[in-house]
Design a protein around this ligand. Structure first.
Ligand SMILES: Cc1cc2nc3c(=O)[nH]c(=O)nc-3n(C[C@H](O)[C@H](O)[C@H](O)COP(=O)(O)O)c2cc1C
Length: 381
């Protein structure tokens, strides 16, 4: 074990040395060559661990590497592709999707890896432990994940405290909020409003998660009438808070990929009537299409990664056709190549987010997507 750590440390030191020299142009090793190799080594070790342990270990390591200034050296300068969406200036079009940094304490590290925006959470008013473990499963051949986490989080106050301590992040910060599991749906708005008020001072935009399949009955809030009531309450509080603070924080709704065409049409009208600021398409799916033969397919939870891509795109396409550019869309679901990120832009998204693809492909995917989107945005209408 000790010798393993020693060898690992030597590899990192050697790679940083090469990287340093490349910065000064003396050795021709650049980040695009080094990072995939480093990630392949790290992934092999991480995939030997239980998925949840690997997640915690990775985030702790990223925080440490960020503290030592190693991440920026390894990743190089983030792709510079400034774009204005929802009145916010994004340094590039690639974001980290919610659920990776649930506590909001690793934002700087993800910024150093090249993400133009990071969405933390989901946070709920009170801390909650989430569902019983095991609740996270890899489907490696399918490049997918099934998660039944159940919005485990430290509570919104703790999340906000962590975010206040974030210093070195130049990107856009989204905060994703929801109700506690024990809060009945007819009191959900109290929880969402409490979270909106709590995160207002730290968030650049706030995402309403009413599409997580791992909280019983949460998706029922997406029925048109219920969603209209909830959104009206949130928009009214947004107006109050804007007036009080002199600062406008856009509200974004994150939708499920498991809705019928009729439901999408109805919701799109609600979003337009309420002047929603932005939409995220999509959360995970309850479908098991594409992983039917994997043993984990019998597990409860939401499926993400490659098998979600088509379904997520259908939802994105349907919303984009209904909304006709009136509300900006962030496309997420199944992106594991730069071309797939570009396809989301072509279907009507302005920005994209990564989660599962980032786990399987590593930080190189962030740069690949950001560069491809920069180029594509020049030619797309
Ligand atoms: C382990 C895990 C935890 C997640 N937790 C959250 C969450 O707390 N809130 C949320 O809105 N989405 C959550 N998501 C959904 C992702 O943000 C994203 O919408 C989804 O995974 C589809 O993108 P992907 O195919 O690139 O992973 C989670 C996804 C995974 C895999």
């Amino acid at each position: 074990m000790r010798s393993g750590i020693f060898i690992g440390a030597r590899v990192v030191v050697l790679l940083i040395g090469l990287q340093r020299r490349s910065v000064y142009g003396r050795v021709g090793v650049d980040t695009t060559e080094v990072n995939p190799i480093l990630y392949r080594i790290a992934k092999r070790a991480l995939f030997m661990m239980n998925p949840e342990t690997a997640h915690e270990f990775t985030l702790a390591s990223l925080r440490m590497a960020q503290g030592l200034g190693v991440l920026r050296l390894l990743s190089g300068k983030p792709v510079d592709d400034p774009v204005e969406v929802m009145g916010l200036k994004f340094p590039n079009r690639v974001g980290l999707a919610a659920g990776m940094d649930k506590q909001g304490n690793t934002v700087e590290a993800f910024g150093a890896l090249g993400f133009g925006f990071v969405e933390v959470g989901t946070l709920t008013p009170r801390p909650q432990p989430g569902n019983e473990a095991p609740r996270l499963f890899r489907c490696i051949p399918q490049q997918a994940i099934i998660n039944h986490m159940g919005i485990n989080n430290p509570g919104v106050d703790r999340g906000v405290e962590n975010l206040k301590a974030t210093r070195h992040f130049n990107g856009v910060l989204g905060v994703n909020i929801s109700k506690n599991k024990v809060t009945p749906n007819d009191e959900a708005r109290i929880d969402y409003l409490a979270c909106l008020r709590a995160v207002w001072e730290v968030a650049d935009y706030v995402t309403i998660n009413f599409s997580c399949p791992n909280v019983p009955n949460l998706c029922e809030l997406a029925k048109a009438e219920t969603a209209a009531d909830l959104l009206a309450a949130l928009k009214s509080e947004q107006a109050n808070l804007s007036q009080e603070t002199g600062r406008y924080v856009p509200i974004v709704m994150k939708v499920s990929p498991d809705m019928s065409e009729q439901q999408i049409r109805e919701l799109a009208h609600v979003f337009q009537d309420c002047q929603l600021d932005g939409l995220i398409c999509t959360n995970t799916t309850t479908s098991r299409k594409g992983v039917e033969n994997h043993p984990a397919s019998a597990q409860k939870g939401g499926l993400s990664g490659a098998p979600l891509y088509d379904r997520s795109n259908e939802t994105l396409d349907a919303f984009a056709k209904e909304l006709r550019g009136s509300i900006p869309i962030i496309g997420v679901g199944g992106i594991s190549t730069a071309q797939q990120a570009v396809e989301k832009l072509r279907l009507g998204a302005s920005l994209v987010q990564l989660y599962t693809g980032f786990i399987y492909k590593g930080p190189a995917l962030v740069r690949e997507c950001a560069e491809a989107l920069k180029e594509a945005a020049l030619t797309l209408p």
